[in-house]
Ligand binder design. Structure first.
Ligand code: BGC
Length: 603
């Protein structure tokens, strides 16, 4: 999640007289009695530093009346000291002044209780420890010395590898904080100040198309869409010879801070469609565990990769099907009934979360559909409940979930600037327009933010963050509207103004007219950890006609441009591009169109 919250107005940490004790290793203890009779606090600050970077651990001890919410303040002695990413508090910095506000789970501190927070920082020149601290504006400067905190870890994090190649593009994010978080401690948002892994297999495909070098150094996810992909295989159309270890080793070589995998092999996969059916039959949960998740967790758990942030997108388009696509729904399928009844999805996802979540540098983001699927009241809360059920199945707990991702491999516009659900035309809400069809949302970001809150209501930790797959939701090019539609009717208004040019929101296969969306970006909006490129642009969603294959992929008419639809897309045309290969296979014509229609445009 976005840890950077700007404070309104400048707020100076109170500079203090006296009471500072600087000890070896950068450890400072400020025992205190506050001026304000009821607030008494003791703060210890210890820093582990190396050239250019440091990790600070801070213990706040309440030695006064019980605290219900706290804000820590301090001032860096040197103008070049910066907080880069923090944990267990909401951090912000203005000039040299730093504040850390409690998270919902550590705001209450009884008398005598303490809490630990920290951050990774950068410095140049010198890195003196701050010597004065405040809690809720009151100086921590008095009596009640605390017992000395444990000595700082003596092993400083390794300096950056100097032999590493330069980052792939000049537009790459600023050089990494090479700081790993303290052992066993995940950062709040793994994307902040971090350089993503560039998959060389996708990069080569992208560069095979003219102009592809403009995007080929963008971090895209590695899809582990079959057991053989763990070790690497060329026997399928969607994977190259690199296996998980090869990608992780290459990520180390690139000096990347994060790498994204898609865990995608549930028994009875893609139960409501055919294009991405997989290799495991609905009753093969034991194989999913033993032959798929266990070996993945053995590799991801290798200590060699401990300093990489390994981000797993867990099982795309799976759990929401248990709510919306069982046969009691229009267009529902028997396969969705089966995997609901036998627990394959719920138990499978729970198992993946439990195993992979036990690895301290793994960040699990569970797939959560998209607004054009779950944005109706009847689907919204029930899906959040199923996600909670899965997160607590097979021995997992909600703490194995770092967040959720929406719009994976889909085309929903990130933001609709000219057609908001709150708009009305001649006194009628635009929610009744055919395009919106009474959905509560008309774009992805508003949905992701609201769904995050619902997930927290259902019992997920308040620190969860959302990802949005923006690899193909750009909707630029000459047909992009620049203003709202005419106010002659709700439909004219919405259809004239919407940037998403699909025929129907239920269309999902190789959509004609789509473009690449926002480039990956950390903490772009409240509640959103990042915009990410999970579906690698140019890889097909499914074949436009039947193509025999050994990948288990079926032929779904939603990928056939001549198809006139079904209940789930309002019996509309599919809007799919012609001549597409099977899902996951390279589709250069689509890649070229996605570049042409990119929004923001490619330069
Ligand atoms: C396919 C996978 C592929 C992925 C990424 C999915 O639709 O089923 O085989 O790896 O897309 O392109």
């Amino acid at each position: 999640m976005n840890v950077w919250r700007k404070l309104s107005g400048p707020r100076r940490a109170v500079a203090l007289a006296g009471a500072s004790a600087l000890v070896a290793g950068g450890l400072v203890t400020i025992p205190v009695t506050a001026a304000h009779a009821a607030t008494q606090c003791s703060v210890t600050y210890s820093a582990n530093q190396w050239q250019g970077g440091f990790t600070a651990n801070i213990t706040i001890r309440n030695v006064g009346d019980p605290l219900n919410g706290w804000t820590l303040g301090f001032t860096f002695p040197d103008a070049n000291q910066r907080v880069q990413q923090g944990w267990s508090a909401r951090w912000s910095q203005s000039g040299r002044n730093v504040t850390a506000q409690n998270e919902s789970y550590n705001g209450s501190l009884a008398t005598g209780a303490s809490t630990n927070i920290g951050f990774n920082g950068s410095w140049s020149g010198s890195n003196p420890s701050p010597t004065a601290f405040t809690i809720n504006g009151v100086a921590c400067n008095g009596a009640n010395p605390t017992t000395a905190p444990p000595p700082p870890t003596t092993t400083a994090p390794p300096p950056p590898t100097t032999t590493a190649p330069p980052p792939p593009t000049t537009t790459a994010p600023p050089p990494p904080t090479t700081t790993p978080p303290p052992p066993g401690q995940r950062v709040d948002n793994p994307y902040v100040n971090a350089q993503g892994y560039v998959n060389p297999e996708w990069k080569a495909k992208a560069e095979s198309v003219s102009g592809g070098n403009r995007v080929s150094s963008i971090s895209t996810a590695v899809w582990i869409d079959r057991i053989a992909a763990i070790e690497g295989t060329e026997d399928s159309q969607s994977n190259g010879p690199m296996g998980i270890r090869d990608h992780l080793d290459e990520a180390l070589r690139q000096n990347a801070q994060y790498i994204q995998f898609v865990i995608y092999n549930l028994p009875g996969r893609d139960c409501a469609a055919l294009a991405s059916n997989g290799e495991l039959k609905a009753d093969e949960l034991p194989r999913y565990k033993a032959e798929y998740i266990d070996p993945i967790s053995a590799i991801q758990g290798d200590a060699k990769y401990r300093n990489l942030r390994i981000i797993n997108v867990i099982e795309v388009d799976s759990l929401p099907n248990l709510v919306t696509n069982t046969s009691n729904n229009p267009g529902g399928t028997a396969m969705c009934d089966t995997v609901k009844a036998n627990g394959a999805y719920v138990q499978g996802v729970g198992y993946a979360l439990a195993k992979l979540g036990a690895i301290p540098n793994v960040y699990n983001y569970v797939d959560a559909g998209h607004h054009g699927w779950l944005g109706w009241d009847s689907n919204f809360t029930p899906t959040a409940q199923v996600l909670k059920e899965a997160a607590t199945a097979s021995g997992s707990t909600v703490n194995n979930v770092h967040g959720f991702i929406t719009n994976t491999a889909n085309y929903s516009a990130l933001i609709e600037p000219y057609a908001k659900v709150t708009d009305s035309v001649n006194g009628q809400t635009v929610r009744q327009a055919k395009w919106i069809d009474w959905n509560q949302y008309n774009d992805e970001q508003s949905f992701a933010q609201a769904f995050r809150q619902e997930l927290v209501r259902q019992g997920f930790p308040s620190g969860i963050g959302m990802l949005i797959d923006t690899s193909r939701n750009g909707w630029g090019g000459p047909n992009r509207p620049t203003a709202a539609g005419p106010t002659t009717s709700v439909d004219a208004y919405v259809d004239g103004g919407r940037v998403d040019r699909r025929i129907h929101k239920g269309n999902w296969c190789n959509q004609a007219g789509a473009g690449m969306g926002e480039r990956p970006k950390a903490a772009p909006a409240s509640g959103i950890d990042a915009y990410v490129w999970i579906k690698p642009p140019g890889e097909s969603d499914g074949s436009s006609r039947e193509i025999p294959n050994t990948d288990g992929k079926g032929f779904d008419r939603m990928c056939d441009p001549t198809y006139t639809g079904n209940d789930r897309n309002g019996n509309s045309r599919s809007g799919a591009l012609a001549d597409a290969p099977i899902s996951g296979a390279w589709f250069p014509a689509q890649f070229a169109e996605l570049m042409r229609n990119a929004y923001p445009p490619l330069s």
